[in-house]
Design a protein around this ligand. Structure first.
Ligand SMILES: [Zn+2]
Ligand SMILES: [Zn+2]
Length: 335
């Protein structure tokens, strides 16, 4: 039994529980257990045999019972029951996505903005996972609380990146930005700055409850911007606590597909946005995707293996997910 499969089952349970506000704490416990397994990759079979699954950090008696069922049968009755209750049954057209083929993450933060680790620590974290690239995408100036980066600080960051690059063999560092989509759909940095970056992720962070027609215009403008490579966490929702933006999703996804702008599946358990249903719609609209951890510390890279089930559930084939491409193919797609 691959521990990542177990982590994904627990992650999906956490996701389903999160849809119900009353289950917030239980949801979080399942997500934490999934994260811990994705991070440490314990031998779940031998722990199950010796009835010691609770030795895994974050796994209490209740979660151990669910996990034990999954390890023994490859199925979780609890998960199946939740899927039924939430009317999200398993589909028969899920795709095959294997974390072993995942090449790198393009959305991560460092202590240049609100990350909790240095660029070197993040790069080493990516290296430890065998990634061949890592996008460093700190916030833009508008997000003042996290000290977002303006043009001047991006230049300074590029200098640090050149130094860090020398210390991490095998991982290509990509300099990017997570640029804020302003209320009218303009971006929080001038085109001349965006143009020189390797990765531009445009994300909605504020005024998410804008009236749908205005929100649609705002997102259409961002999706068609020539320098935008990815729309980050496209609704901004936080399941169980914040609903997220509502707009004409189909129109925006079609616009993104037309302009080669990828949509992000953000694997942070607090976000999990796009949801599998919405990702499915975007897939049908012709979009490409990135599946990212949005990591703010190296340990958070493990969000991707635990939440890869979302892309699988949405039926997205690996050809449509840019993280399964080599660094050369990726940067070509981002040109
Ligand atoms: Zn963001
Ligand atoms: Zn982010």
């Amino acid at each position: 039994m691959d521990p990542i499969a177990a982590a994904q089952a627990l992650s999906e349970i956490g996701y389903l529980l999160r849809q119900n506000e009353k289950e917030r704490f239980r949801a979080k416990a399942f997500s934490v257990a999934a994260w811990s397994i994705a991070l440490q990759r314990p031998d779940v079979e031998s722990l199950q045999r010796t009835e010691s699954l609770t030795q895994i950090e974050g796994v209490g008696e209740g979660i151990a019972r669910v996990l034990s069922d999954f390890v023994q049968t490859g199925q979780s009755r609890y998960l199946n029951r939740l899927r039924e209750q939430m009317r999200q049954p398993a589909r028969d057209d899920e795709s095959e996505l294997n974390f072993d083929d995942y090449q790198g993450d393009v959305h991560s933060h460092t202590n240049w903005s609100d990350g909790r680790a240095t660029m070197l620590e993040m790069a080493q974290g990516a290296q430890a996972l065998g990634y061949s690239y890592l996008g460093i995408t700190d916030h833009s100036p508008r997000i003042t609380v996290v000290h977002g980066l303006n043009a001047e600080r991006l230049v300074a960051q590029a200098r640090e990146m050149a130094e860090v690059q020398k210390q991490v063999d095998g991982v290509t560092l990509l300099q990017g930005i997570e640029v804020d989509i302003l209320e009218d759909g303009a971006l929080d940095l001038p085109d001349a700055v965006l143009e020189i970056l390797d990765v531009v992720i445009a994300s909605p962070h504020v005024k998410l409850r804008q009236e749908p027609a205005a929100m649609t215009e705002r997102m259409l403008r961002a999706a068609s911007h020539p320098h935008v490579d990815v729309i980050g966490h496209p609704t901004g929702r936080r399941p169980g606590s914040r609903e997220g933006a509502s707009y004409d999703f189909e129109a925006v996804f079609k616009e993104a597909a037309k302009h080669g702008t990828a949509l992000e599946i953000d694997c942070d358990p607090a976000r999990m946005d796009l949801s599998p249903e919405m990702a499915r719609l975007a897939f049908e609209c012709g979009c490409n995707f990135v599946v990212d951890a949005d990591a703010h510390a190296p340990a958070e890279f493990a969000y991707v293996p635990m939440a890869l089930w979302m892309g699988r559930r949405a039926g997205i084939p690996r050809e449509r997910i840019l993280n399964f491409r080599s660094v050369d193919e990726l940067t070509m797609a981002f040109q």
